[in-house]
Design a protein around this ligand. Sequence first.
Ligand code: CDP
Ligand code: MG
Length: 711
Amino acid sequence: MPSMAANNFSRNTHQNQTKGDFVSRKQKIEQQRKNLPIAAVERRLVEEVRNNDTLIIVGETGSGKTTQLPQYLFKWGFCRDGGIIGITQPRRVAAITVAKRVAEECGIPLGQKVGYAIRFEDVTSGQTKIKYMTDGLLLREALLDPYLSKYSVIIVDEAHERTIHTDVLLGLLKNVQKARSKSINGVVNTDHNNSNNGHALEERIDNQNDGILKSCQVKKYNPLKLIIMSASLDARVFSEYFGGAKAVHVQGRQFPVDIFYTHKPETDCIDAALITIFQIHLEEGPGDVLVFLTGQEEIESVERLIHERLRQLPECSRKLLTFPIFSSLPSEKQMRVFMPSPAGHRKVILATNIAETSVTIPGIRYVVDPGLVKARTYDPKMGVDSLIIVTTSKAQALQRSGRAGRDGPGKCYRLYQESFFEKLTDSTLPEIKRCDLSNVVLQLKALGIDDVINFDFIEKPDRTAVVNSLWSLYLLGAVTEDNKLSDVGRQMARLPLDPVYSKALIVASQFGCLKEMLICVAMLSVESIFYAPREKLEESRNALKSFASPEGDHLTLLNVYRAADEFFQKNKMVHSEEKAEKNLRKWCKDNYINSRSLKHARDIHSQVVRNVEQMGLRVTSCEDDTLLLRRCLAASFFLKAAMKQPDGAYRVTLSGLIVQIHPSSVLFRAKPECIVFNELVHTNHSYVRNVSRIDYLWLIELAPHLYAVQD
Ligand code: CDP
Ligand code: MG
């Protein structure tokens, strides 16, 4: 039986893994490390870090910056004062995979000397000296420890990505560094439990007559070493921002890459990509192929089409394996892309822009680049968050082609004309210029930075965007009329959630349905709970029916969570935890639920339950009083309400925008008179998602500051 054979095989290999194999794996890793371009400049880099409090390091992707530099710094004594080395990543996946790799290189279990922390998951311990984390997580840490006192070195990695968190972090770190060095020069400092940071922090240190300072202890901090790492060549902007900080370049091992353009514009980019993949497969020499696509859906359809076309080829030409990689893919599947392809086979990696710089996959000789990327944009006036497909920048196109020249000379096929390349923008617009700022504004205020508009950003966000987010924070009760953080706002900032969701929890504790709202918020905070593969659309819709509530998507999500939890608890009574988890994954599969998203929601749920309990909120249940729960939804999400129009479309009450209910919503056909929703996305239409039925009168009653008619 094949399955038996497979089982035996895996057991045998395990038993046969002798000490010799282990040693050779270790030796192989040692060898790989020595061969990395960065290894040749180890001492010089360490010297530069020693001599410069702020250092910019620019280097080709794959040269070893992320995995090696923290290890060098540890080895050369940068943790001797008891401090640790923190490395931030814009992406969760990168934080996890890199930490795993570095722990393996050190030959130790993850979570000891080397660990990672992302929102809702902390794999570190008291022994951790090298900590990988997301940039957002370090920002949250600053709320509790404004001096980031446990770090002796902070490395902001992939700074060229310019995520909103990276941008805010850079401003914050600049101030923390100044404040810490002042504390060494003999200026007194405050206790660090007091939430204050940045400008506020500095002001307090500058002003020694400040009442607070007089009463607090003298505490000295070690200086903070700050390293900004970036893959792109534009070090100037970081260097200027940090007062002319030194920038060093790590020469990568980059082989020449031939670039090919199409002769005419491509209309169907999926088809063009497929043709190119097969052209490479059938006509080119050995080497793996990396294809940049815009998202899960596109990746899945290209994968399916590749398999279809492979079946039409003669047996000997079918040795092509596909590996998808995108951020919501389960991590064990993500790790598969790192495995070498079996002899005689070619790997095709179908990736989102995650593979542009964040993860380095060895063996790539060919890159197929349609020149597109899915990007979030935000219209502050309308409050519309859109995920749209846009053209890449020149910098991105260069990054992508560079991926082909890591192991030898490579080829990059750009699926557009050369004249088109010339028209691309030089670099991507920073995220701070194109997303909702309310979360950042709330966080900055909680850090004591009241004047957000004048905060020392590397690039200032638009004034309107800041003003609009202040307005919505005011409507949520997070800031007062004179723009100061309110008590409610302070509570909201303590929760690791979107401000609207944090507020919903506070409102729900007053309504007596916090238990239910905790579940709703956890489910709303993850990406796509429902898994609807294109070829099984009908089956997945039917599966959803068993959970669907006529009252809306929030109650539907609640039903899913409860059904899953009930299934899990029952299983746990008769099976081990591991087996129960496994059965739950099977249950998810049978019900067309994304098990990874559900697990994520369960993790969020348990952490946020701890948070609200610490805050002293009462976790009570409204049992089956769905009316009460919907009233609470109205009281929480009143900023996003819409009324039905005669033609069946909806008009968003605040902006006047005309939208449709998204086809994935349980209310898509029911079309109630008045709704609240959580997400407004713009693809070819404006759609609202996560929708619940409410009564317009509730808005007048529960959000009178916005809805009550003035006499
Ligand atoms: O940060 P940078 O792009 O300069 O390089 P890195 O991420 O430190 O990767 C250096 C090398 O480590 C890569 O070329 C990979 O061969 C290897 N690596 C790996 O095998 N598995 C990982 N999860 C990460 C890196
Ligand atoms: Mg890196």
